[in-house]
Design a protein. Structure first.
Length: 91
């Protein structure tokens, strides 16, 4: 049986996805929840989400965009003002 490769940055969790962002200015880590039912919008490719992230301590700002296919698998990611942290580095 063929298993799809898991995404390095987006972690599925029931009715949501989780990502972690490191802000560019201060390096603050922010864990972000993306709700499948209320935050993902239909698109030509499948689904799309755009989220503005404000770090709670430093108030740094980052903007995250993720495009998903019709089976809600992440296909493309873009971030301004920060970087995505790989799941294996979360702790």
């Amino acid at each position: 049986m063929f298993f799809a490769k898991r995404d390095r940055y987006v972690k599925p969790d029931g009715k949501a996805f989780w990502v972690m962002v490191r802000t560019a200015k201060s390096g603050e880590l922010v864990k972000v929840r993306l709700s499948r039912s209320s935050e993902l919008s239909p698109s030509k490719e499948g689904y799309y989400v755009r989220k503005v992230i404000i770090a709670p301590d430093s108030l740094d700002r980052a903007e995250l965009q993720i495009w998903f296919d019709r089976r809600m698998r992440p296909r493309r990611k873009a971030i301004e003002g920060g970087e995505l942290v790989p799941i294996k580095e979360w702790s």
